[in-house]
Ligand binder design. Structure first.
Ligand code: ARG
Ligand code: ZN
Ligand code: CA
Length: 246
């Protein structure tokens, strides 16, 4: 309705320790973060520097629908799951996705190796489609852990699910395919002091507070209008995520 894409969400929780078996309240907190961040109603959106206020997205018109019935929980003996999709396969001890053509599947488990989360871009196999988030970086209550305890890992990964690239284009002064994001030298971490100047052509101020950089959760709070358009294009008719259209 009103041009808003409402994405049904299935949450697949794989747990060994009771801490990994995160509560429904922790899952709900993640859904709340996503609806705030994609709706630009997040409380830190107003921190956007004046320089970037013309480029910021406003409401991306993407929302996320979840109730506790849309949760699969499975106990496991695995300490960590890595990044090769085992958590998505019941034959490997994981959980198969639920209706991945029409539903965003999120797997919550211990990934290991210092990885916060990872995503599948549009156009991949339905059997592995969705995002994976480490349980310590999922939501903003319960076991959510600073400096990645505000639920922004899922915001970032769902950006990838909707075809967004890293803001530095995964190369030195690379191209992210979005014209209203500045060229970044490389990824930024921590909480950069503003303004942080790029040494790429034209020395633009880097948009370190964009969700598609690598800064701390408290230091990222915006998408741009160009990023919102690129996400929306994936579910336009004929797009690689058109199957999400009800
Ligand atoms: N390293 C992960 C990725 O590239 C996620 C980074 C999320 N950043 C954050 N502040 N939560 O997909
Ligand atoms: Zn990423
Ligand atoms: Ca750009």
């Amino acid at each position: 309705v009103n041009g808003v894409m409402e994405v049904p969400v299935q949450v697949n929780v794989l747990w060994r320790t009771s801490a990994e078996n995160i509560s429904d309240a922790q899952i709900q907190s993640q859904i709340d973060v996503l609806n705030e961040d994609f709706g630009a109603t997040n409380s830190d959106y107003s921190l956007t520097p004046a320089l970037f206020q013309g480029a910021r997205s406003g409401d991306t018109k993407i929302r996320f629908i979840w109730t506790s019935a849309n949760t699969t929980r499975k106990q496991t003996s695995k300490n960590s799951w890595g990044t090769r999709d085992a958590m998505k396969k019941s034959k490997q001890g994981g959980i198969d996705p639920t209706s991945p053509a029409t539903t965003l599947n999120m797997w919550v488990c211990t990934i290991g190796g210092g990885i916060l989360g990872y995503a599948q871009f549009p156009g991949g196999s339905l059997a592995t489609d969705g995002v994976v988030i480490d349980s310590k970086y999922f939501g903003r209550v319960g076991t959510a852990t600073a400096p990645y305890g505000l639920g922004r890992t899922a915001t970032h990964e769902i950006g990838h699910y909707f075809n967004l690239r890293h803001i530095w284009g995964d190369a030195t002064c690379g191209n992210d395919g979005v014209s209203d994001t500045p060229t970044h030298n490389t990824s930024n971490g921590g909480c950069p002091t503003y303004p942080h100047y790029s040494t790429c052509a034209g020395n633009p101020v880097e948009m370190t507070m964009n969700y598609m950089d690598y800064t701390y959760d408290a230091c990222m709070y915006m998408f741009t209008a160009g990023q919102a358009s690129r996400m929306q294009a994936t579910y336009a008719i004929g797009g690689p995520r058109a199957s999400l259209i009800p």
